[in-house]
Design a binder for this molecule. Structure first.
Ligand SMILES: Nc1ncnc2c1ncn2[C@@H]1O[C@H](COP(=O)(O)OP(=O)(O)O)[C@@H](O)[C@H]1O
Ligand SMILES: Nc1ccn([C@H]2C[C@H](O)[C@@H](COP(=O)(O)OP(=O)(O)O)O2)c(=O)n1
Length: 222
């Protein structure tokens, strides 16, 4: 289903999307996907501008997790001048979601390199393909999913004021990203909700108050 090849990941990914059951038989491939490393993962989800990055920095500082932002890894890939950079840039500027194989490869490399066993993964999985392929290829379920719930009006306002020079923080792309969030990312959150794995936070409050709620969850889990 994908045209690019990244070694074993491609085999496992095509299988995962075509027939998830077969993946259990591919455990030997999956177990090697993090170089034998055993890690705990928390997915941090929420719409664009809901405050994921802001709160992830707080979590790193207070609870010693490694923060991996899928969006930042993709932007670093663009800036590195990699062969996929132009394609990734075009997709992000259109407000769309980059093919899972690329994002998962970047996450996989970052986890293998990371000097820790606790990861908060921010902005991933962003669609059903991201979710199915990650869980099948990397063979890890998240401990839980932290969901920053914020109104679209507030997210739009924050993104327009973010001022980080991002090519996708313009009104046209922001509207597309919000649409993609509702259509493609919310179903992923609903999936985890149906499994009782979502911890929802009211993210419309000021950042320090949001962190109080985040802190309660992480303190409880420690
Ligand atoms: N609770 C909050 N209230 C108001 N502004 C916020 C809050 N959390 C984050 N921001 C600001 O909103 C913008 C988007 O936040 P960010 O953490 O980058 O969101 P995300 O990673 O979800 O896209 C940033 O400029 C940030 O400083
Ligand atoms: N799993 C992901 C995460 C991000 N991306 C792309 C598409 C997103 O619009 C951009 C930016 O994502 P990022 O999480 O950094 O920022 P926002 O939450 O949208 O503010 O990256 C992706 O294609 N796949």
């Amino acid at each position: 289903m994908f045209s690019l090849n990244h070694g074993g990941i491609l085999v496992a990914m095509s299988t995962a999307m075509d027939d998830p059951d077969v993946l259990t038989e591919k455990k030997d491939i999956n177990e090697n996907m993090l170089g034998g490393k055993k890690v705990k993962i928390i997915f941090v989800l929420g719409g664009p501008g809901s405050g994921k990055g802001t709160q992830c920095s707080n979590i790193v500082e207070h609870f010693g997790f490694i923060h991996l932002s899928a969006g930042e890894l993709l932007r670093a890939e663009i800036n590195s001048g990699s062969e996929n950079g132009t394609m990734i840039d075009t997709i992000i500027t259109e407000g769309k979601i980059v093919p899972s194989e690329i994002t998962i490869k970047l996450l996989q490399e970052a986890i293998i390199k990371g000097g820790n066993d606790k990861y908060i993964i921010d902005g991933f999985p962003r669609n059903e393909e991201n979710r199915v392929v990650f869980e099948s290829v990397i063979s890890i379920s998240p401990e839980f999913v932290l969901f920053f719930d914020c109104s679209e009006e507030e997210m739009e306002r924050r993104l327009l004021g973010r001022n980080q020079g991002r090519s996708d923080d313009n009104i046209e792309t922001i509207r597309k990203r919000l649409k993609v969030f509702v259509e493609s990312s919310l179903p992923v959150i609903e999936y985890y909700e149906s499994k009782g794995m979502v911890k929802k936070i009211d993210a419309t409050k000021p950042a320090p108050e949001v962190f109080e709620d985040v802190k309660a969850i992480f303190t409880h889990m420690a």
